[in-house]
Write a protein that binds this ligand. Structure first.
Ligand code: NAD
Length: 490
């Protein structure tokens, strides 16, 4: 068993006020680390440590901040293998994926290091020529970063390097279902020279996150998680007029037209739903297939799904790991049973996966339902697991109507060789991301985020850093004239 305190002001606390809870390995079913549920006063201590450290960090010049962020990237790369093992042990995601996620985390640190000394404002010509007007991009101060369990380091690094590059200090709260990699990550930050108090981590559940939202020293919240919790955080933050960025769930349409390359579309659909065991916000969980390719794609997918290699998340040969935790495992199985009784046609999987190599792991078979109607719960509810719904369509208009008929708006996929069709559809799809002839592709430079119930605000890219700065406008009157406030202006 490993034991972790909270990470406050550059070191781990040794004695805690609150209860402890266990991190459970979803492959073995056994607890492997003990964590602390932070009390409200410990959340306060983390927020105050951040508030004390932030002015010094913001005053550190951009070039030095960039140097530290680049050093953090180096240290992440050096420790990528062990960090991947922590994360895969914690949430059952295959090591192939967590390893590449660590390298992407380093990439994001380097990307935002480049912004640390380039947070330019603008000069603005006014009507009055003797007033010099310019803007400054300033940090919020202390920001709270609250993340989900499916990819703790990726979700954190969609936020953290941008927040730091802009001169903020942070309090982080990872999910109670997968906190270890985030805590281990802190050691790397100190090793790379980040001053104490600039990054603090508190662990625990909903009450800890709620205390962060309430704390007056925390000026902004950036949240990744479910729409239900996003709503609560938005409301609590709104009551205090505190800004929030919300990265929420999805039920994304992946649309295959008759003229698509069937092999590429099949692989894209598989990657869209079975990558990360389907536990990804951008899962292409609604596959819309035009009638001419419908049977072929359905058969190809069913055949490929049956060959996906489930296994120990730490084995590099495994292609799909476990579900991350027991409550999620139970929810996914319940959704599969509900889809069966709603009359969707099961063409692959359909339940828990067992076998000698799978031990007591929380494995679910790659599951596919065909002939799904868009009004079924299977087509409307985010399952966050390896369950694909295939829906047939006849025309482009029908595909568009089904694609947009959903409360979510995170991502969409289009598979077609007809570039005119793709260009026609892109502006009509109500989602923050559109992929054409690819799916689940990410880049440090490309902004990411949702519309509708998938949230608001953007991460990554140039827009990502804007979420962590506010604009100050400055007017300097250099006329040397005393301006009579009662004079009539023409
Ligand atoms: P969740 O909403 O249950 O929990 C997310 C975090 O919020 C956890 O750290 C949790 O402890 C905390 N929390 C819970 N109640 C809170 C409250 N009242 N106040 C403050 N914090 C609170 O989500 P989850 O089950 O961990 O993750 C799955 C969800 O996350 C899915 O809906 C998925 O689509 C979404 N997600 C979105 C993205 C994205 O970038 N859009 C990425 C990954 C996951």
């Amino acid at each position: 068993m490993r034991h972790y305190g909270l990470f406050i002001d550059g070191s781990f606390t040794t004695a805690g006020e609150g209860e402890t809870f266990a991190a459970v390995n979803p492959f073995t079913g056994r607890p492997w680390a003990e964590l602390r549920e932070a009390s409200a006063s410990e959340v306060g201590a983390a927020a105050e440590a951040a508030a004390l450290a932030q002015p010094g960090w913001a005053a550190t010049n951009g070039a030095t901040r960039a140097q530290i962020l680049n050093r953090i990237a180096d240290v992440i790369v050096e420790h990528a293998d062990e960090m991947a093992v922590f994360e895969s042990t914690d949430n059952g995601k295959i090591i192939r994926e967590t390893s590449s996620q660590m390298l992407f985390a380093a990439r994001l640190f380097r990307f935002y290091a480049g912004y640390a000394d380039k947070l330019f404002g603008s000069t603005i010509p006014l009507d009055n020529p003797t007033i010099f007007d310019y803007t400054l991009r300033e940090p919020y101060g202390v920001v709270g970063l609250i993340t989900a369990w499916n990819s703790p380091i990726t979700l954190l690094c969609n936020k953290l390097p941008a927040a730091l590059a802009a001169g903020n200090a942070v309090v982080v709260k990872p999910s109670e279902h997968a906190s270890v990699s985030t805590l281990e990550f802190c050691k790397l930050l100190s090793e790379a020279g980040l001053p104490p108090g600039v990054v603090n981590v508190v662990t625990g559940g909903a009450a800890v996150g709620a205390a962060m939202v309430e704390h007056p020293a925390i000026s902004k919240i950036s949240f990744t998680g479910s729409p239900g919790v996003g709503r609560k955080i938005g409301a609590a933050a709104g009551a205090q007029l505190k800004p929030v960025t919300l990265e929420l769930g999805g039920k994304s349409p992946n649309i295959v037209f008759d003229d698509a390359d069937p092999e590429a579309a099949t692989i894209g659909a598989l990657a869209g739903i079975f990558g990360a065991t389907g536990q990804t916000c951008v899962a292409g969980s609604r596959l819309l297939v035009q009638r001419g390719l419908y049977d072929e794609i359905t058969e190809r997918l069913a055949a490929r799904a049956a060959t996906i290699r489930l296994g120990d998340p730490l084995d590099t040969a495994s292609e799909m790991g476990t579900v991350a935790n027991k409550p999620q495992f139970d929810r996914i199985l319940a959704s599969i049973e509900a889809a069966k009784s709603d009359g969707a046609r099961l063409v692959a999987g359909g339940g828990a996966a067992t076998g000698e190599a799978l031990g007591d792991g929380l494995f679910i078979q790659p599951t596919i339902f065909a002939d799904v109607r868009n009004d079924m719960a299977l087509a409307q509810t985010e399952i966050f697991g390896p369950v694909l719904a295939i829906l047939p369509f006849d025309t482009e208009e029908e595909a568009l109507s089904i694609a947009n008929d959903i409360p979510f708006g995170l991502a969409s996929g289009i598979w077609t060789k007809d570039i005119s069709r793709a260009m026609r559809l892109v502006p009509k799809l109500k989602s923050g991301v559109v992929w054409v002839n690819t799916y689940r592709m990410v880049a440090a430079q490309a902004p990411f985020g949702g519309t509708k119930e998938s949230g608001h605000g953007r991460e990554r890219g140039a827009e990502g850093i804007m979420e962590f700065t506010t604009t100050k406008n400055v007017m300097i009157d250099f006329s040397s004239e005393a301006r009579d406030p009662f004079a009539i202006k023409n």
